[in-house]
Design a protein around this ligand. Structure first.
Ligand SMILES: CC(C)(COP(=O)(O)OP(=O)(O)OC[C@H]1O[C@@H](n2cnc3c(N)ncnc32)[C@H](O)[C@@H]1OP(=O)(O)O)[C@@H](O)C(=O)NCCC(=O)NCCS
Length: 138
């Protein structure tokens, strides 16, 4: 994802992609040396994006988002495959993420790709919902 890509989606990010992912946070992530973001495009229009944060030993998925109108078409699966390849290319031992345990779509997406639950952070979201930590060993 380039800054030009960001300009394309910043005004529709909250409404058409994900209400929890603010434009200012995404913009600062794009400028961070330790993060890499990718986009999925169809007919030259962005239909999804995803990001990885690299620590010295592993890679953490910061988010995977598919445009609301394009969900259930395999776009997140393609983005996730690419993130896994990127982590392997950078010789990371594993790729991990935190997800709200009630986010069934995301949990199923990661399970299908071979991620396992390795921990829980109780009441991590809004002091209410648990976060599950999931990892895939590479
Ligand atoms: C989670 C999300 C990224 C899935 O995107 P998507 O492009 O619709 O996913 P795909 O079409 O590639 O689906 C892959 C698998 O995910 C699971 N899945 C996706 N949507 C699902 C749903 N609504 N309910 C249950 N499982 C679902 C299924 O296992 C699916 O495989 P299948 O089609 O063989 O059943 C999308 O719902 C989204 O953008 N949500 C908001 C942002 C978010 O919560 N991101 C995750 C943050 S950790």
């Amino acid at each position: 994802m380039t800054l030009v890509d960001f300009e394309e989606i910043k005004d529709i990010l909250v409404l058409e992609f994900d209400e929890f992912w603010k434009p200012s946070i995404l913009e600062s992530e794009l400028k961070s040396e330790n993060s890499k973001y990718i986009v999925a495009k169809e007919n030259n229009v962005i239909v999804g994006f995803a990001g990885l944060w690299f620590s010295p030993v592993d890679a953490e998925i910061t988010n995977i988002v598919t445009k609301k109108s394009e969900r259930k078409r395999g776009i997140a699966s393609l983005l996730l495959d690419r993130l896994i390849r990127m982590a392997k290319e950078e010789n990371r031992d594993n790729i991990s993420l935190e997800v709200n345990e009630n986010n069934i779509a995301a949990v199923c997406l990661y399970e299908k790709a071979g991620f396992e639950v390795v921990g829980i952070r109780k009441k991590y979201y809004n002091g209410k919902d648990n976060a599950i930590i999931m990892t895939k060993y590479l």
